[in-house]
Design a protein around this ligand. Sequence first.
Ligand SMILES: Cc1cc2nc3c(=O)[nH]c(=O)nc-3n(C[C@H](O)[C@H](O)[C@H](O)COP(=O)(O)O)c2cc1C
Length: 191
Amino acid sequence: MGIKLLALAGSTREGSFNQRLLDLAVAAAGKAEIAVTPLKLADYPLPVYSHELEVSAFPEAALALKAEFVAHDGFLIATPEYNGSISSVLKNAIDWLSRPTGGESIIALSAFRGKIAGIMSASPSPFGGLRALTHLRQIFQTIQTLVVTEQVAVPAAHAAFDGPVLKDPLPLQLLDGLVRRTAQVAAALKA
Ligand SMILES: Cc1cc2nc3c(=O)[nH]c(=O)nc-3n(C[C@H](O)[C@H](O)[C@H](O)COP(=O)(O)O)c2cc1C
C-alpha cells in the first residue's frame, strides 16, 4: 500500500500490558504485510513540557521523536488509563511533538495533521481503559489526526495475558481489524 505506520505504547513500565498489546498489533501488521516501525518512548526521554525549555533548549529527543512522526503516515498507539485519561508520558510526548520547529507556523502540526491513528488500551479495570481511549480520540481531534472508528480495549489485563499472549481470541481479531483499517485509511488519504 506504500504507507508506513509508527507504533508506540504510552507506558515505559517493565511488563507493561499496553506494550504487550502494542506488540501484538505490530505482529498483526507484519502478518498483513503492513510496514510498521515500533519505537519505545523510553528511548526518547523527554522533560516535562515547559515554554522556557521550548524557547531555550528544545530537547533533542523531542526533535528526534517528532522526525519519526513526520516520516510516517499513521500511528498505532496503546495508551494506559491514568485517572480516567491517557498516561502523562504519552501526553507529554504529544505536547512536545505538537510544537512548531524549524520555522514552522504555530498551527503547522506537522507531526499530526492529516495522519491516521488506530488506538488501543489495556487496563486491569473492567472497562479496559475506555476513558483513556475517549480522551486520546479527543486529543487527536485537536491536533488534526483522524482516529479510525475501530478501537481495542482489553479489560482485566492482569488476567487477560499469558506472558505476551492474549488468552481470548476476540481482542486479537479486533486488533487485526484495527490495524488493517488504520492502514487502509492511511493509504486512502495518501492516494
Ligand atoms: C497514576 C495511575 C492512575 C491510574 N488510573 C487508572 C484509571 O483511571 N483507570 C484504570 O483502568 N486504571 C488505572 N490505573 C491502573 C493502570 O491501568 C495500570 O497500572 C496499568 O497496568 C498501566 O498500564 P501498563 O501496564 O501498560 O503500564 C492507574 C495507574 C496509575 C499508576
